[in-house]
Design a protein around this ligand. Structure first.
Ligand code: FES
Length: 210
């Protein structure tokens, strides 16, 4: 029996029980497999297909379509840098260059110590905090190139402290990156709530009559 099925039977059953069609459980089960194995090898993808009684090709297609599924080994920290237009205006290109320079690897390559992979992605939908990075799907805001080295050191320390996030993003949080590269936790909802309810120009909140 595989590690996934031996150690995560309850979680697998809970995911399957959420959906009337087994096919609908494909994405969460792939996330679980990715967290357990670190990436989705052919064997892992076939295993998910077998659990859901689906043709393996169907599951391979899903993994190939979404950038959040990794079919190759990735670092303890998967650093995804948004290189869409707003982030590029504010320094995403320089950030990618700084990260790969400090790490001594190319984009999409795994560092020798297995700690980091740097990858470009398209808009992460947080353009007002550009340049934006996802580290194992935690959102990191205001990440300019001058913070690259300190940020990597902070992430390395977090991994050493057992604070590494899984690669499934199920428990992702948000962080600001200070001038020294230090990560500070921030709430995703608070700024939105403040704008929605405190601004005189804000319209009625959802659910308010009139
Ligand atoms: S362009 Fe980078 S988050 Fe939207």
């Amino acid at each position: 029996m595989t590690i996934l099925q031996a150690n995560h039977r309850d979680e697998i059953d809970a995911i399957r029980a959420r959906y009337t069609s087994p096919r609908s459980a494909t994405l969460p089960l792939l996330y679980l497999a990715q967290d357990v194995y670190g990436h989705l090898s052919s064997e892992a993808i076939r295993e998910v297909a077998e659990i859901l009684d689906l043709p393996p090709t169907d599951v391979f297609e899903v993994v190939g379509f979404y950038t959040l599924y990794y079919s190759q080994p990735v670092g303890t920290w998967m650093i995804q840098v948004c290189d869409d237009v707003p982030c590029c205006y504010l320094g995403a290109e320089e950030l990618v260059e700084a990260l790969t320079h400090v790490l001594g690897v190319g984009e999409d390559q795994l560092t020798a110590d297995g700690m980091f992979t740097v990858q470009r992605v398209k808009c992460l939908a947080a353009c007002d905090r550009a340049p934006v990075v996802q580290a194992n799907l935690d959102y990191l805001y205001d990440v300019t190139a001058d913070k690259a080295e300190a940020l990597l050191a902070d992430l390395r320390a977090r991994a050493a402290d057992g604070k590494k996030r899984g690669v499934s993003g199920r428990f992702a949080e948000d962080f600001e990156v200070g001038s020294g590269g230090k990560l500070t936790h921030v709430s995703r909802e608070e700024p939105y709530r403040a704008r929605q309810f405190d601004s005189p120009s804000a319209g009625p909140s959802r659910g308010t009559k009139g």
